[in-house]
Design a protein around this ligand. Structure first.
Ligand code: ADP
Ligand code: MG
Length: 223
């Protein structure tokens, strides 16, 4: 459909842009942060603010990393469960901070998939971060993993967060579209692009004040 074409055009332009931006920003940023830390010994409030701003830029660049090497995709057979477990451990401190419990229900004998493991981890990080950030009052994130008969593995992430208003749904996933005060609006765009590069599907259903269900479907590896 027209809508699909328009979206994937946008994604590929954004992707090329992202690759350039990520590479160009990282090196000077690292150098700047180092010098700033040296200055901090003299202890001025300005330096603290500058360090925070540098960390914010770094955070934005990190959200891009999943798509920073568009040509150098290296697909390997991977166990999705193992990738997700690693990300959950990594996200644990943030979950605790937000009073969020993560429940995991995994079908036994999940087949492997062909993927670029770091990119899939990036997707899990970005969507879990969104789920946690949506639950300011705490709650439970329920993640289920199961296979579909047509040969794919689904990761379904259900949160009990604020949800997304229906009239905003269409814009979600566009570069820089965020409903958060200090959001980047890059996380989901990166996810869409990565899942697309894996011939997968990412779908979102949401009900305001009830929660959001996000499904990531990835084709299983051929035997
Ligand atoms: P950011 O998180 O920086 O705002 P994202 O691309 O990750 O950017 O998400 C875009 C927007 O989609 C968010 O600002 C938020 O409004 C909405 N969103 C994404 N995931 C969820 C979720 N699990 N619950 C509620 N809103 C969400
Ligand atoms: Mg986000």
């Amino acid at each position: 459909t027209d809508e699909m074409i328009r979206r994937s055009d946008k994604l590929s332009i954004a992707g090329e842009l992202a690759a350039g931006v990520a590479h160009e920003i990282r090196n000077p940023l690292t150098a700047l942060r180092g010098f700033m830390q040296l200055l901090q010994a003299k202890k001025t409030d300005y330096v603290d603010i500058m360090l925070m701003e540098i960390d914010r830029i770094n955070y934005i660049v990190n959200e891009f990393i999943g798509m920073a090497k568009p040509q150098a995709l290296h697909f390997v057979r991977s166990d999705l469960r193992t990738l997700l477990d690693g990300v959950i451990v990594f996200m644990y401190p943030q979950a605790i901070l937000f009073n969020v419990e993560i429940k995991l229900i995994v079908q036994s004998h999940l087949p492997q998939i062909e993927c670029e493991p770091n990119q899939i981890k990036q997707v899990y990080i970005n969507v879990l971060k969104n789920a946690i950030e949506a639950m300011q009052g705490g709650g439970t994130i329920e993640i289920t993993m199961y296979t579909k008969p047509e040969g794919s593995v689904v990761t379904r992430i259900v949160d009990q967060g604020v949800g997304i208003p229906q009239d905003r749904m269409e814009k979600i996933g566009e570069p820089f579209f965020s409903l958060k005060e200090s959001g980047t609006g890059l996380g989901l765009m990166v996810c869409h692009r990565i899942i697309e590069a894996h011939d997968g599907k990412l779908t979102i259903h949401s009900v305001v004040n009830e929660g959001t269900t996000l499904e990531i479907e990835l084709p299983t590896a051929l035997r």
